[in-house]
Design a protein around this ligand. Structure first.
Ligand SMILES: Nc1nc2c(c(=O)[nH]1)N[C@H]1C(S)=C(S)[C@@H](COP(=O)(O)OP(=O)(O)OC[C@H]3O[C@@H](n4cnc5c(=O)[nH]c(N)nc54)[C@H](O)[C@@H]3O)O[C@H]1N2
Ligand SMILES: Nc1nc2c(c(=O)[nH]1)N[C@H]1C(S)=C(S)[C@@H](COP(=O)(O)OP(=O)(O)OC[C@H]3O[C@@H](n4cnc5c(=O)[nH]c(N)nc54)[C@H](O)[C@@H]3O)O[C@H]1N2
Ligand code: SF4
Ligand SMILES: [Mo]
Length: 700
């Protein structure tokens, strides 16, 4: 009889699915399926994780610690033997070599010359950030500002609501009007879809606002293609109409918001005809959307991370977040806005990460902070001290970081010591001195939170690690021993760490124990009443409990305290558009997860558009390009070669492609060769979707 183990998908996805893994007598996983008892993910998995056995048992897994024997930049081709690039070494040799090199670098250049580089390849609570943070804090290494995904939107949301929470996913089923705003629900957040379908069966209208005609847009009642990076203008235009026509909720506004006067004044500057010029959305549609949104209840906005990947995306999210605050949509179960629910999980981070272990200078200064969205700059330009070692885990920067060519120039430096802890021979291991094998979520235990619902889960270990793989927690704990770090926290067990994480004073976590999670698999946060309707009666997480329509704290950051639209430096409205007239959307694939899954051969056929550049017929004709033609996409930062696809997915002026492993691309260069290290207005995030290019036809 196979055993069935409860786990939780730890990939970087809002859904955090409950997973059931069947394991046979020989300890082999034979099947996985969604946990039917999970109230949000309800028994189904996305197409890529449904094929997870192929990923866990892939012949491409890193099985042992390995040391480079070939020059840097020579990589392991997907699925091929690593023996021409690396030699197998023991864990003991790997630890000794890493400890020696890190100690030498630390002595000669100071510990800040060491840079950890990680993101959410593993979004488990321990796997994402715990023993690793303790390790680097104790070492005194540079601190990494983990901005690559969500800081612009997160800080924007907090600047209005005070906390990163929003409409309960399950309550979307009660909405009568739903706006998917920069949210690729079918691709990236598929477990929200059944709730939207339920709402639509009961008569709800679905509107999609996205410059790319996603699958969600195809299914929508109304699709509004918007020019990239102009969402703040649209939101202000909607507020213009809502306020001018007295459709706002004056009672809610006066009781629960701060700064309405200033906002109303600003909104006057955004009449629909003016907003239409920026956004490309006709003025009459702006008026219609404003009226429908403000007069239908409950009205829910699922704004996702698309908006905040443009240069002024922080302000875009701020302005959108204000909409339910002025219409009072928060009053209704099924109204409001959801960007992320992650702020609901206030686990004991100080215990997990131990910032108190950080070495301080005599003046009390903690280690310098390096923004992960500026990795190219950090590796090629940073001084005092220069980065001499980079330790990568949970991330594949040679594929996902902007300004790829500078990142690679940095990673090729012979004097840079690079360690990569990975499940696969990724783009980044192609530059590693040492590669260490990492477990998947089948192979270790963890606690799992979510950014798309309010359930905490336990993910049990289902199978023994493949090869000599080790979890992040175990690897960093053992490396700490080799560095001579003798604090007891480096010897804690996984269960002790989970218990410590749950030991939080936050009321929403009270009474939730590891034993309960182990028994039930998932537990809903203690959000009070069965229906969680935050802000129905104000209670925003700000100093005075009011939503901030005017936020004076932003002045210090050089921003307008009221939302204001500014066109990105790279957009059709800017000077640079004369040289590079096309706005590139360097999007994610619907069936990969950032650069994860790109290499799994059974998943690859799900993405037939992978090496395509989607173009409008207008732009293709102008350049004498037709579907199937080889094209060169270029700007001052780099160039990429793809095949043109004229399929109606984008409007004139916009082109789109998808993220992939660089080495799986025709020329070995991925789309981030084109994107810049320019940062967002808020939160220091990357600007993947503010990127100008030109396209030309090339011979085959
Ligand atoms: N299948 C799959 N699922 C994923 C991921 C994946 O790679 N693949 N990635 C995961 C991760 S890390 C994240 S952060 C989430 C992100 O999930 P989403 O928030 O959905 O993020 P994106 O796909 O970046 O962008 C969403 C949409 O915004 C659109 N967009 C781009 N620019 C603009 C703009 O200026 N305005 C507006 N209104 N829309 C714009 C894009 O075309 C895209 O369709 O998904 C997670 N889930
Ligand atoms: N052009 C463009 N670039 C983008 C984006 C985009 O939309 N367009 N999206 C951005 C966004 S939103 C994000 S979040 C980033 C994501 O960037 P990353 O966080 O780098 O995400 P992945 O590409 O999924 O790579 C994660 C890696 O971690 C490894 N991994 C998984 N689990 C573990 C583990 O337990 N231990 C260790 N050591 N390794 C593990 C996986 O094998 C994988 O190679 O990419 C960003 N880059
Ligand atoms: S990637 Fe997302 S949708 Fe797919 S199984 Fe994991 S959590 Fe669920
Ligand atoms: Mo992300």
């Amino acid at each position: 009889m196979p055993k069935v183990i409860h786990a939780a998908c730890s990939h970087d996805c809002p859904d955090s699915c409950g997973v059931l893994i069947s394991v046979d007598d020989l300890g082999r996983a034979t099947r996985l399926r969604g946990d039917p008892n999970h109230p949000v993910t309800r028994g189904f998995l996305c197409a890529k994780v449904a094929k997870y056995l192929d990923r866990v048992y892939s012949p491409g897994r890193v099985l042992y610690p390995m040391r480079r024997t070939a020059p840097k930049g020579k990589g392991v081709r997907n699925g091929e033997s690593p023996s021409e690039v690396f030699e197998r070494i023991s864990w003991e040799d790997a630890y000794q070599e890493i400890a020696k090199r890190l100690s030498e670098i630390s002595e000669r250049f100071g510990p800040e010359a060491i840079l950890p580089y990680s993101y959410a390849g593993n979004m488990g609570v321990l796997g994402y950030g715990s023993m690793d943070r303790r390790f680097f804090h104790r070492l005194g290494a540079s601190q990494l500002d983990r901005t690559i995904c969500s800081t612009a939107g997160g800080e924007a949301l907090i600047s209005v609501l005070g906390r990163k929470i929003g409409t309960d996913t399950e309550l979307f089923a009660k909405a009568k009007y739903i706006i998917a705003w920069g949210a690729n629900i079918h691709g990236n957040n598929v477990h929200l879809w059944p709730f939207i379908e339920e709402a639509r069966r009961k008569g709800a209208k679905l509107v999609v606002i996205d410059p790319y005609r996603t699958r969600t847009a195809h299914c929508a009642d109304w699709y509004l293609p918007i020019n990239p990076g102009t969402d703040a203008a649209l939101a202000l235009g909607l507020m213009h109409v809502i306020i001018a026509e007295n459709l706002h909720d004056a009672d809610y506004v006066s009781k629960y918001t701060h700064g309405f006067e200033e906002l109303a004044k600003r909104a006057q500057e955004y009449p629909p005809h003016r907003v239409a010029e920026w956004t490309g959305i006709p003025a009459e549609d702006i008026v219609k959307l404003a009226r429908e949104y403000a007069t239908t209840a409950p009205a829910a906005i699922r704004v996702n991370y698309g908006v905040q990947r443009s240069q002024n995306g922080g302000t875009g999210i701020r302005a959108i977040t204000m909409l339910p605050c002025i219409t009072g949509a928060w009053k209704h179960a099924g109204g409001g806005i959801q960007l992320s629910t992650s702020g609901a999980f206030k686990l004991n981070k100080d215990f997990l990460e131990r910032p108190d272990l950080m070495q301080r200078s005599p003046l009390g200064r903690t280690a310098r902070v390096v923004n992960m969205a500026e990795l190219g700059r950090a590796l090629t330009k940073l001084d005092h001290p220069p980065v001499k070692a980079i330790f990568v885990y949970n991330s594949n920067p040679a594929a996902i970081a902007p300004n790829h060519n500078d990142v690679v120039r940095g990673l090729c430096r012979p004097d840079l010591f690079t360690v990569v802890h990975e499940q696969f021979f990724s783009d980044t291991t192609d530059y590693a001195d040492i590669v260490l094998p990492a477990t998947t979520f089948f192979e270790h235990k963890d606690l799992q939170n979510a950014y798309g619902h309010y359930y905490l889960q336990i993910s049990n270990q289902a199978i023994a690690p493949i090869g000599e793989a080790k979890s992040n927690v175990r690897m960093f704990a053992e490396l700490a021993q080799h560095m001579g770090f003798d604090e007891p926290c480096f010897r804690e067990t996984v269960d002790e760490m989970i218990d410590g994480a749950l030991n939080s004073s936050d009321p929403w976590l009270q009474g939730i124990t590891r034993e309960q999670l182990e028994r039930d698999g998932h537990v809903r946060l203690k959000l009070g009443a069965p229906e969680f309707v935050p802000f129905a009666q104000g209670g925003f997480a700000t100093a005075d409990g009011k939503a901030r329509l005017y936020n004076e704290d932003l002045v210090q950051l050089g921003l307008d305290p009221v939302a204001k639209f500014l066109a990105p430096t790279e957009s059709r409205h800017s000077e640079q558009a004369r040289k590079y007239p096309l706005e590139l959307l360097a999007r994610k694939a619907d069936n990969f997860l950032n650069s994860s899954f790109c290499n799994v051969s059974s998943v690859q056929p799900l993405e037939p558009k992978m090496n395509s550049l989607e173009m409008s017929a207008v732009d293709a004709d102008l350049r004498d390009i037709g579907t199937g033609d080889a094209v060169r996409i270029f700007n001052d930062r780099g160039e990429v070669r793809l095949r043109a696809l004229v399929d109606g997915a984008v409007q004139p002026g916009v082109v789109a492609t998808r993220l992939n492993w660089s080495k799986l691309m025709p020329d070995g260069v991925g789309v981030n060769a084109l994107t810049s290290e320019r940062l967002t207005d808020l939160g220091g995030g990357p600007t993947f979707y503010s990127c100008l290019v030109e396209v030309e036809k090339v011979g085959d």
